[in-house]
Design a protein around this ligand. Structure first.
Ligand code: PLP
Length: 397
């Protein structure tokens, strides 16, 4: 049956693809070895450096974000190398599984899945590694399974304070272009990203941003690699070409996405995401429900994980919201499945879309019989209108 009006895709990625990007991809596929392609290739490779805030190389793969995780490891590590993952949630845990399959000694710093990375714990682990056996610290910038954003600059400071040479590998698949990310300033060695979250594209592209130190490590790293090899990519990227057939039409879309992010201004994009995170938390507090993340300074601007009271199934609730209001909310993953639902507020998203999203949640809570207080949407609106008035005042000043 036809459902009128737009579907609300409020999972924390893939995010909604704006019409401008859909139009930008709606072109005949071009000759990827021809002269016109080189301009597009250079435009997106250079543009992504500005999004990662790096002067170093960025490579683009036609793959989901997980592929770029694999690329980060196989290009820098050797069989049996020790790598340490801070398990902030489901995605950090997936990364560890991948490392084990690649034959790495993947160690875990575990957490309660309700906060970001504790930089002190990283520092302690590195200080006790007297022989420098740990080759990489792997963290997730924005943990999409819980709604916690880690302070990556502090992780780098902790590593420097420990005087340890491990590489810093960061999954910013859902962080990039939503929350501030500074590859060079924060001393990130390999950043991993994907197209379908803050970059507002369909799934299908992934990225590595690479530091000099990571590039140097790749010269001696001995894990087998072929398709993911940075050197093959970089050998032809300088001229805007790719060694294999690139995802041409997604690259048209990427060029448009980069333009859109700069037209709005990256800092404004981050402020908008922060505002939507805060408004959402105002609603959750008014509903008298709990957020999955409990550490205030780690609250994510990208998504909010919400816990349902004991005895109430989050997946049943999500089903009700989908049936009645044509809105998809994110599910709880692995050990918090059924306990948590996630509200995505990322990408091409504005105040009114957020109010509608929260209204769908509030009505759904009522229909599902989840104990809660009414008035969450009103609290979010209060905050949003307060912020809007503040903007008008600062424009007038
Ligand atoms: C979405 C996501 C992934 C997985 O990316 P795929 O594109 O599904 O491979 C990994 N890490 C984080 C933090 C994510 O948000």
């Amino acid at each position: 049956m036809r459902r009128a009006g737009p579907h609300f895709l409020q999972i924390p990625g893939p995010s909604r693809v704006p019409d401008r990007i859909l139009r930008a991809m709606d072109f005949p596929t071009m000759d990827h070895r021809g002269p016109a392609f080189s301009k597009l290739g250079q435009r997106v490779l250079g543009g992504m450096r500005s999004i990662f805030k790096t002067a170093g190389p960025v490579v683009i793969y036609p793959s989901s974000g997980t592929g770029a995780w694999e690329a980060a490891l196989v290009n820098t590590m050797s069989p049996g190398d020790a790598v340490v993952m801070v398990e902030t949630g489901h995605f950090a845990g997936m990364w560890q599984k991948l490392a084990v399959r690649l034959g790495l000694d993947a160690q875990i710093i575990s957490t309660d899945w309700r906060r970001g990375v504790d930089a002190d714990a990283v520092e302690d682990r590195l200080r006790s590694d007297h022989d420098n056996t740990i080759k990489a610290i792997c963290v997730v910038h924005n943990e999409t399974s819980t709604g916690a954003t880690s302070r990556i600059g502090e992780v780098r400071e902790a590593m420097d304070a420990a005087g340890h040479p491990a590489l810093l590998l960061v999954d910013t698949i859902s962080g990039l272009a939503c929350a501030d990310f500074r590859h060079d300033e924060w001393g990130v060695d390999v950043a991993v990203a994907g197209s379908q979250k803050g970059l507002m594209l369909p799934p299908g592209l992934s990225f590595n941003a690479i530091s000099d130190k990571a590039l140097a490590a790749s010269k001696s790293a001995a894990l087998p690699r072929s398709y993911w090899a940075w050197e093959d990519m970089m050998a032809v990227n300088d001229t805007g070409y790719f060694p294999y057939t690139p995802a041409t039409n997604l690259l048209y879309g990427l060029a448009e996405a980069i333009d859109m992010l700069h037209e709005e201004g990256l800092d404004n994009v981050f402020v908008r995401h922060e505002r939507h995170g805060k408004a959402t938390r105002k609603a959750v507090a008014a509903w008298d429900l709990e957020t999955q993340c409990v550490e205030e300074r780690d609250f994510s601007p990208v998504l909010t994980g919400v816990r349902l009271p004991d005895g109430h199934d989050a997946d049943r609730f999500r089903g009700i919201v989908l049936d009645h209001f044509d809105m998809s909310l994110g599910n709880g993953l692995s050990k918090i499945a059924g306990r948590v639902f996630r509200i995505g507020h990322l990408g091409d998203f504005n105040d009114l879309m957020l109010v509608a999203t929260l209204a769908g949640v509030e009505m759904g809570l009522d229909i599902a019989g989840v104990p809660h207080q009414a008035g969450g949407v009103a609290q979010a609106m209060n905050y949003l209108q307060h912020e809007a008035r503040g903007d008008r005042r600062s424009e007038a000043a």
